[in-house]
Design a binder for this molecule. Structure first.
Ligand SMILES: [Zn+2]
Length: 271
């Protein structure tokens, strides 16, 4: 808004303030055109999914599909900015996130995929962000994106602790880092809430940790979309909100990992 004195306007709104992404363009490595056109899959529309989609839209991503097969329950409302009390048990999470996030940017195209991640056509995407609550779903997303050379940014939270894992084509994937505990957990199909529950672990969660992890995921997506994978996290970041510590750990490719064996054994032309 202009300030006006008796002598007339003393401060004019410049073109920089009429450009929605002016402040982001001032970051020299961000390629806003590439960000606008990047095709993004967000798997999971719970707490992390809500925060990730909010950040994606504000950061200028405009081609977003949101996948989730659950509906909304009351316990979602403390961590999901797109959900309202009137939504409980009436609408699908992905439908609500897609509809309300669309209001944030009229130029964005946000679609809902209210289906299992096993039913997604992965060929449609440039980047996938995992906002899932179980290991089996993570492994599925990891395998299908790795096989197609789609960068995958996995986010996870447990109370005040969180983790982000960036999987780039040819690099160590989620399965490379699995141990026996992970394998046992992967055999369970569980979810925090929702009608599809088979096993409900009642995991601790809070919005502050969710917000940190979601922001880190979208920041890595900005780097990938802008062609700066050299700046990406290598490979896992661990966050502890109780003592405000964070550290990163490099993973290595497991030569026995089935995803690498499949990818390396497949001719490009047959994918
Ligand atoms: Zn692997």
């Amino acid at each position: 808004m202009n300030r006006v004195s008796r002598e007339g306007p003393v401060l004019r709104v410049g073109r920089s303030d009429s450009d929605r992404y002016d402040r982001m363009r001032r970051v020299e490595w961000i390629d806003m055109d590439a960000v606008h056109s990047a095709r993004i899959l967000v798997a999971g529309a719970g707490a992390l999914g809500n925060e990730v989609v909010k950040n994606l839209i504000l950061a200028g991503f405009r081609m977003i599909d949101v996948a989730d097969m659950d509906d909304i329950v009351v316990s979602n409302l403390s961590r999901c900015l797109f959900f309202r009390d009137r939504d409980v048990k009436k609408v699908m999470k992905s439908d609500v996130v897609a509809e309300r996030a669309s209001e944030m940017d009229p130029d964005a195209r946000i679609s809902s995929i209210p289906r299992r991640i096993q039913d997604i056509d992965y060929w449609n995407y440039d980047i996938a962000l995992g906002c899932l609550d179980n290991i089996a779903a993570r492994m599925h997303l990891n395998s299908h994106t790795y096989f197609r050379d789609i960068p995958y940014i996995d986010g996870a939270t447990d109370g005040f602790r969180g983790k982000v894992h960036v999987v780039l084509p040819g690099g160590p994937c989620l399965q490379c880092t699995m141990n026996r505990t992970h394998v046992r957990e992967a055999e369970k199909r569980f979810t925090c809430t929702g009608s599809s529950s088979v096993y409900v672990p009642r995991m601790a969660a809070d919005i502050t940790t969710t917000a940190v992890i979601a922001a880190m995921q979208v920041r890595e997506a900005l780097k990938i979309a802008s062609g700066r994978v050299d700046m990406c996290l290598k490979h896992i970041a661990y966050y502890n909100g109780e003592n405000c510590e964070m550290f990163t750990a490099e993973a290595s490719v497991d030569p026995e990992c089935v995803n690498h064996l499949l990818r390396e054994g497949t001719q490009w032309g047959s994918r």
